[in-house]
Design a protein around this ligand. Structure first.
Ligand code: SF4
Length: 356
């Protein structure tokens, strides 16, 4: 049987979620943090440090597949400024938390939401909608804004002492910082938000290209789409490492069906060509990707410029390695383009229309 707790918390690792837990722990109640992960957010490598710094037990709840499905179907409550479906994201997390209450013996759920702090998901009306649509009206407590909200059943029954909760509202972070420093003496103050690439402009175009070219993208496709330099030529998708750590990640994420490019005899980036629904690449595309990959290997380029000798690029695909000799070039026979941000708005509009 799993260890039992009084409450489950949505724990992004951002300051608000940590303070919400501390307020409940202060009342002698035990709390288990649920840290939701997907290709777009998640810091499961921080669990040990959260335990050490803030005294919070945390488990990972991987919602990757459901989350990607929600993105593909179109979040019913729409997107925020970029590709962040904050309202439906919260609804999904709270729904999952509710389903886990029995396993951990929890009597209620807490979240670090602060009324009025974020335009999309933390307005009074959206907070109320989230609570209803997630089916957690009777069990959700928001300790940081509790005094500005209707008392919950947990407060009414005395399980939680309402007078020891907070009434923070708005975008100011002052009360939270004061609590972190003065009341709890945190050695390390976490960043305000938990970190989510869906709210970043630069990532939105990258993700949309994946969804445009694949009917059922795998969650890991969205991980690949965050790595290094991303270029597309029609349905051909190429991800190139810009530094060693990115090369290593791409190497790790490469699948048998991908095209994996690497310059031979010279250091340089690796590149991962991932087929989309359009299927395998033709010879022209493979050569063009090899030329582009070689063009980012500066030593190979210098050697080519000095000697005129083509550069050898290894191409690994379906367990076979072929070596092709190419001239490094940025302008190849296919037109590689970085995903543009201006595709975001029309894509969101088209999705809305498709939902009716
Ligand atoms: S910022 Fe990202 S993780 Fe946070 S609520 Fe919005 S979509 Fe979810």
């Amino acid at each position: 049987m799993a260890k039992q707790y009084d409450a489950l918390a949505l724990l992004s690792g951002g300051l608000d979620s940590i303070l919400a837990v501390k307020l409940i722990q202060d009342q002698g109640l035990t709390v288990l943090g649920l840290h939701f992960t997907s290709p777009f957010f998640g810091k499961s490598h921080r669990f040990d440090s959260w335990k050490e710094l803030y005294g919070i037990d945390v488990v990972e709840v991987d919602i990757s597949r459901d989350y990607v499905n929600m993105m593909l179907q179109g979040p019913p409550n729409g997107f925020g400024k970029w590709l962040n479906p904050c309202v439906d994201c919260k609804i999904m997390m709270l729904g999952k938390a509710r389903a886990l209450m029995e396993k951990y013996g929890a009597k209620f759920i807490i979240s670090g939401e602060v009324m009025g702090q974020r335009p999309m998901s933390q307005r009074r009306d959206s907070m109320s909608l989230i609570r209803k649509q997630a089916g957690v009206q009777d069990v959700l407590l928001r300790p940081l804004s509790a005094l500005k909200l209707e008392p919950t059943p947990m407060e009414k029954s005395g399980l939680v002492d309402r007078s020891r909760l907070m009434g923070i509202v708005g975008r100011t972070r002052k009360p939270q910082l004061e609590m972190a420093k003065e009341r709890y003496g945190f050695r390390e103050i976490p960043t305000p938000a938990g970190g989510c690439v869906l709210a970043e402009a630069s990532a939105a175009g990258r993700f949309i290209r994946v969804m445009e070219e694949k009917d059922s993208p795998h969650p890991m496709d969205f991980v690949v789409a965050q790595i290094g330099r991303q270029v597309w030529a029609g349905h051909r998708w190429l991800s190139m490492g810009r530094k060693q750590v990115e090369n290593q990640r791409l190497e790790k994420l490469a699948r048998d069906t991908d095209y994996f490019f690497k310059t031979v005899n010279f250091p340089g980036p690796v590149a991962l060509g991932r087929p989309t629904d359009a299927g395998d690449w033709d010879e022209v595309s493979i050569r063009a990707a090899a030329e582009l990959t070689a063009s980012y290997a500066s030593k190979a380029v210098r050697h080519f410029e000095a000697t005129g000798e083509p550069v050898t690029v290894a191409v690994i695909h379906k367990g076979e390695t072929a070596e092709i000799r190419v001239e490094p070039r940025r302008e190849t026979s296919v037109d590689w383009q970085e995903p543009k941000q201006d595709i975001v708005k029309p894509w969101k509009q088209a999705q809305l229309e498709a939902q009716g």
